[in-house]
Ligand binder design. Structure first.
Ligand code: FMN
Length: 337
């Protein structure tokens, strides 16, 4: 799928909002893989700046990633209840919860300034997480000639991606670090929690090229995914200890020795990360995405001001124990080999 771009390695560096950097993306691109810039939480000015910075570090192609969740539906009563439930956690640091929550960043579905930037910059690969753009946005991006991908965690979402005429599917298994790309997170009971290899088997019938994501840490993991039908693999956790990543020192220190858990209590959407005190709360009561994330960030800031990192969102997949601290190009070579 990427050979026309000159990508040699069937290994993609996952977009990682807050963690991937221009340096990481460029290191992967320069080593023959496909790097991604995560634009999901960025303003147009920040997106423009990171694209400039990445282009300054590499002449090779790289992709961009966008969040396409349903635009936030505010429920101020529910948000106030969640803040009240978090009250005792703030008390531990003699801090007060924020008076109200904010939508920290818009969905791409309502961010047409960002669409205009992409039409102008013409990234060769664009991936969507949490759903799909509006039909007119998709048409405009198709007309740029970009290869278009979207994440699926189940057959229904994969079929919607195929019906929308995209070029490939990022098949994200239950092991994956970070946010689960499920389109509709409203009913967690309906989540089949399929692991990466099972998901690949199920998605083969959809007929689009598949990129396996979730728990790919070694060349053996990559081969198993490719035998199960993947054309390439997308790795996030494997790059968290790279010097080029913006992973925090505490996240790095805990990565290989701490268990991970899937939770909605941090952001309001299911996401897998290192054990965090918010995971002890009733996630079913969490405010909607991304408002809950605003609360979690305020709580984490209050805790960090007292030197306590136990509320920090430290996304990581189940393969975290196998992450190796080395330059990103070496990890790329190890997984490609
Ligand atoms: C720290 C972190 C941040 C992530 N942020 C994003 C993101 O911004 N966009 C996205 O599509 N996926 C994001 N993901 C998910 C990855 O695309 C991918 O599905 C996942 O990393 C694969 O599983 P692995 O972590 O076991 O390699 C993130 C993952 C991690 C670990």
């Amino acid at each position: 799928m990427f050979t026309k771009l000159g990508i040699e390695a069937p290994v993609i560096q996952a977009p990682m909002a807050g963690v991937s950097t221009a340096e990481l993306t460029a290191a992967i691109a320069n080593a023959g893989g496909l790097g991604f810039v995560a634009l999901g939480t960025f303003s147009v000015a920040d997106a423009s700046a990171v694209l400039d910075k990445t282009h300054a570090l590499t002449d090779r192609p790289f992709g961009v990633n966008l969040f396409c969740h349903e635009p936030a539906r505010r429920d101020f009563e529910h948000e106030a209840e969640w803040l009240q439930l978090l009250g005792p956690e703030f008390d531990r640091f003699s801090a007060k919860p924020p008076a109200e929550l904010h939508e920290m960043y818009p969905s791409f579905r309502v961010h047409d300034d960002l669409l205009s930037l992409l039409i102008e910059r013409r990234p060769p690969v664009i991936s969507f997480h949490f759903g799909l753009p509006r039909a007119d946005q998709l048409q405009a991006l198709k007309e740029t000639g970009a290869i278009l991908l979207a994440t699926a965690t189940n057959v229904q979402d994969a079929q919607r991606i195929a019906q929308a005429g995209l070029d490939g599917i990022v098949a994200q298994g239950w092991q994956a670090g970070g946010h689960r790309g499920v389109f509709d997170p409203v009913d967690p009971a309906r989540d089949e929690q399929m692991e990466t290899l099972t998901l690949l088997e199920k998605l083969r019938e959809v007929g689009l090229p598949l990129i396996a994501a979730g728990g790919i840490m070694t060349a053996g993991d990559r081969r198993a995914a490719m035998q199960a039908g993947a054309s390439a693999v997308q790795c996030g956790t494997a790059f968290l200890l790279a010097p080029e990543a913006a992973t925090s020192p505490d996240h790095r220190a805990r990565l290989t020795s701490t268990k991970t858990q899937m939770t909605r209590a941090i952001s309001g959407r299911p996401a897998r990360g290192l054990i965090n005190r918010l995971m002890q709360l009733d996630e079913a009561r969490a405010a909607a995405y991304p408002m809950a994330y605003d609360a979690a960030k305020a709580l984490s800031a209050a805790a960090m001001a007292r030197g306590d990192h136990s509320y920090a969102a430290q996304w990581a997949g189940t393969g975290a124990a196998h992450a190796v601290a080395r330059p990103a190009a070496q990890t790329l070579a190890a997984i490609s080999g």
